[in-house]
Design a protein. Sequence first.
Length: 596
Amino acid sequence: MKFASVLSALGALTAVSAVQVNPLPAPRNITWGTSGPIQVKQLRLNGHHSSHVITSAWERAWHTITTLQWVPAAVESPIVSYPAFPTATPTPSSKIKRTHTGLHTVEVHVMDSDADLQHGVDESYTLEVAKGDSSIKIKAQTVWGALHAFTTLQQIIISDGRGNLIIEQPVKIKDAPLYPYRGIMMDTGRNFISMRKIFEQIDGMALSKLNVLHWHLDDAQSWPMQIRSYPEMTKDAYSAREVYTENDMRSVISYARARGIRVIPEVDMPGHAASGWQQIDPEIVTCVDSWWSNDVWEYHTAVEPNPGQLDIIYNKTYEAVDNVYKDLSRIFSDNFFHVGADEIQTGCYNFSTHITEWFAEDPSRTYNDLSQYWIDHAMPIFRSVGDHRRLVMWEDIVIAAEGAHDVPKDIIMQTWNQGDNNIKKLASAGYDVIVSTSDFLYLDCGHGGAVTNDPRYNEQSNPGGDITFNYGGNGGSWCGPYKTWQRIYDYDFLTNLTDSEAKHVIGAEAPLWSEQIDDVTISSAFWPRAAALGELVWSGNRDAHDRKRTTELTQRIINFREYLVANGVMATVLVPKYCAQHPHACDLYKNQTVLG
């Protein structure tokens, strides 16, 4: 099953050369007219809805439209004909003829204004701008679909270069996402991320129609969130200023919800756990005083500094887990909650008297039994908040050598290793799957390692002149190379799945682990690469003829990067500005059909 088979159900993407900008992500079905530009006047919001969310969203969208007076970098070429090397300088937008017909209103019709923002909510919409009409017509099943329509409209209303707002041609759009789960993961455990920068990432997500912010709240290195039951846990924050209060966390949730984005918290357990937990009771955690690598891998206690894992056998561990989980569940209202379960290091448990005695009681016990003990004792806690709660775990708890014997099939598995093999393994076993394959979607890869005193860099020659050898030192970047937007967009993660297995893939997410990320670098690390994922999971990477759309995406994502920056999202530059102003002049191949 490929993306195109789903895409073709709603029709092919079409465009004309006169249109400067097609929105990103590409709508499932968009048809442009040819009668010429339509002028946009002061747009008023009318229609059948009773939603403060819609009213506020439109006010933000209209403010952005009128403030930016957006002018795209260059005219895109027709995507249906793949012209050879179109390097001519485009016609200045000031010379584009415009009509005198004006748009004055946005008519919004929402069928269900009460639908909650939860997994699987209907996000579809239609948008029509017809020749001679004075209103833009939007229809959506829910308010969340209407928000996506505003985002699309925000991109297609541009300036003509003379202070006038226009929509370049009449247009009809029928749109809906391929996948209900379209996310990024933000890690605030390794380095603290300020509220201002969190909001900035949410703004980028909204523009890209990504709808899930997976918030990896803590890790072994720090505990930055305020917990009502255990205020002492924030003693392990990096500083008193680097703490998220309950109001901070609720503010993130509220800000995201207003933009159609769900916030799913993660507290990683039982691995990656030291800071915070040790303030409750030192016996809750084990191996925190060990040397994490020991220079001998067989004796390591963590995959990176600092070590620490929850003691699975110690009874008070579950009392603490229960209180922390319920406190956070009162703050985070989403039906999903991520409880980690990745990278359990067996060497860490050699430092626990509770666990070593448990093994001694029955020599036949294995680390698989220990993982199962965690599942059996933690799951009643995780399910205790209500039937609405659905859990997410990293794939390790099922697939890793020390994984549990029996993990309930209603738990969603987030896969990050072994690409298609693990996706298929989990889906065929009956698990719903979130795809985060490190080979394609890990945004922190390719910058060297975060560990110091690393002799792998100390190589003074390049044996044989092999450019792939990298002087003997990958610097700990286990998941290199850097994942370009093209690599992300080209990822066909349904490859080799049967139709029934593909139905278990609920979406994809691009994680950004923060060992080398903080406020200075987070936006440039996420954007605009995360927008390539946004289109991949919204409308796919193939057209109705099963051809890769990567070449067609080029000019749109270059323009979209500029648009992100204009909106205050500090996205990294992709190409020299020359490439933005001369579409496809920087393509590697003159033949624009080489991708297929």
